[in-house]
Design a binder for this molecule. Structure first.
Ligand SMILES: Cc1cc2nc3c(=O)[nH]c(=O)nc-3n(C[C@H](O)[C@H](O)[C@H](O)COP(=O)(O)OP(=O)(O)OC[C@H]3O[C@@H](n4cnc5c(N)ncnc54)[C@H](O)[C@@H]3O)c2cc1C
Ligand code: SF4
Length: 294
């Protein structure tokens, strides 16, 4: 097995502060990266897992704040967890994520675009997602990994918030297009190992989050606080039915059409326990949203 702390971080990175979204996207692309709260990007740069000649500080050009059903991508998780106007599932997903310090810095846009927490990837092993030949977690340590969509890469999507937004049927507005949050993500394939559909020079500007009749987010984790989801379950009730989405179970947020969908899980030996946790949380979430008044 080849192990490489692949690259050293660069110390001569330029910081740009554009004053418009157009200026920011023009500066993005080869060798540059958008910087929001930096809680994800800065550690990746420091570890040499992401390379950038230029950081484009997007704080002044990406909307921040909540206006009815529209939420700026620059809004922090701390601002969202305290906002009574947004659906409960989104508030709970934010409140259960990371630590208070990280939530004060971390933005909604950055959360949706965080990289996998798979330790093989984070430690720079030459695994499939890094362009190598095989997934090292499948034959190695994979207790936190996927039970769906794990054919090539068995990583588990770490965003509580993305699962909540998928269940809520939220849409994104970027500098190029409007799309459902589900279409921000794709399962990586042999010829394209990206897990999102966002172009390098595309910015998420804001999200529109429909108001459900009732919603909830439940999370199983190793510690009661400051832990990524082993399994997260979001459920949202609308007039035409209940939508369910899961975090921590596939390389991308995972939609579940009905509880029986869990019978189609393809767990690894070390992740079979997640199927049972998911069954229990889905049952509880469905009962929770059925019981909530409008
Ligand atoms: C120790 C730790 C624990 C955590 N625990 C959890 C958890 O339990 N649950 C959970 O859901 N999350 C968790 N997180 C993730 C955390 O919520 C994210 O790090 C944070 O929200 C990222 O936001 P940021 O603004 O700091 O992003 P940045 O670090 O600035 O950016 C992250 C990525 O997003 C890109 N980006 C940012 N904003 C935009 C935009 N508007 N348009 C296009 N690209 C953009 C950047 O280029 C970069 O690639 C944890 C993080 C840490 C470090
Ligand atoms: S789960 Fe994905 S990121 Fe982790 S070792 Fe396998 S291919 Fe790499």
């Amino acid at each position: 097995m080849r192990c490489a702390r692949r690259r050293r971080a660069r110390s001569d990175v330029e910081l740009l502060r554009p004053s418009s979204a157009d200026e920011a996207t023009a500066a993005l692309g080869n060798g540059s990266r958008a910087l929001a709260g930096g809680t994800e990007l800065v550690p990746l740069l420091r570890e040499g897992l992401v390379r950038a000649d230029t950081l484009v500080q997007i704080g002044d050009v990406v909307p921040r704040g909540i206006d009815g059903t529209r939420i700026g991508a620059g809004t922090t998780l701390a601002e969202l967890e305290e906002e009574p106007q947004i659906p409960q599932a989104l508030r709970e997903a934010c409140a259960h994520a990371a630590s208070p310090q990280l939530r004060a810095m971390g933005t909604l846009g950055g959360n949706l675009l965080q990289a996998t927490r798979c330790w093989y990837w984070r430690l720079g092993f030459d695994c499939w997602l890094h362009g190598g030949e095989r997934c090292l977690a499948k034959d190695g340590a994979h207790r936190e990994h996927a039970i769906f969509g794990n054919e090539s890469c068995a990583s588990a999507h770490p965003s509580d918030i993305a699962a909540a937004l998928v269940a809520l049927g939220a849409t994104l507005r970027t500098t190029r297009r409007e799309l459902p949050v589900t279409e921000l993500y794709r399962l990586p394939s042999e010829d394209n190992r990206e897990v999102t559909t966002l172009a390098r020079d595309e910015l998420i500007l804001d999200l529109t989050v429909p108001s459900p009749e009732a919603s909830t987010y439940l999370k199983a984790m190793d510690r009661r606080k400051w832990a990524f989801p082993l399994v997260g379950v979001a459920a949202a009730r609308f007039a035409d039915g209940i939508r369910v989405a899961l975090a921590g179970v596939a390389p991308i947020p995972w939609t579940l059409d009905d509880p029986e969908g869990l019978d189609a899980a393809t767990p690894l030996p070390g992740t079979a326990y997640k199927v049972e946790i998911a069954r229990a949380l889905v049952r509880r979430a469905l009962a929770g949203v059925a019981a909530q008044p409008r």
